[in-house]
Design a protein around this ligand. Structure first.
Ligand code: SF4
Length: 151
């Protein structure tokens, strides 16, 4: 299961398949990482530096995080894509095709001047998360999305 959690500063990625519940994250920032609660990661009122340090101690690679850079990533399910915006300006997208076998991610792209900020990862994660919430199988023919699904 893939999930993203965010506040105005950072975006946290969590892959439950890799998490072996060693709980270093909980020890590092108990206010943010709350096993047994929903959502189990809550960034409300969290200290970004402490959260970042706690994530860096995750031994499994289940957790990672990025700065948000004031970029929003949203789903547009009617268009089968996730989209990244800088204000009202569209700066990236991740497209998928629906079939009886599930959702296949076919393309991920971010405008040249916005590369290096982790926006592509957020776009792909958004689609994976949405597919999983809809109990759909997710595959990828986009090479970048393949990498995210495998990491
Ligand atoms: S530190 Fe990493 S492996 Fe341990 S519980 Fe947290 S997310 Fe899971």
């Amino acid at each position: 299961m893939h999930r993203m959690y965010e506040n105005e500063d950072i975006v946290i990625f969590w892959n439950s398949d890799k998490c072996f519940h060693a709980k270093q994250c909980v020890e590092g920032s108990p206010k943010t990482f709350r096993p047994g609660q929903k959502p189990w990661i809550c960034l409300e009122g969290s200290d970004t530096k402490a959260v970042w340090q706690a994530i860096s101690k995750c031994p499994s690679g289940a957790l990672s995080c990025l700065y948000k850079h004031d970029i929003d990533v949203v789903m547009e399910p009617e268009a089968c894509r996730s989209v990244a915006f800088d204000g009202s300006k569209e700066i990236g997208e991740c497209d998928y095709i629906k079939s009886a076998k599930g959702w296949n991610i076919v393309h991920t792209g971010v405008s040249q001047e916005y590369t290096g900020k982790g926006i592509a990862k957020r776009l792909v994660y958004k689609v994976i998360e949405e597919a999983e919430r809809n109990k759909e199988n997710v595959t990828a023919s986009c090479s970048y999305a393949v990498k995210i699904l495998e990491e």
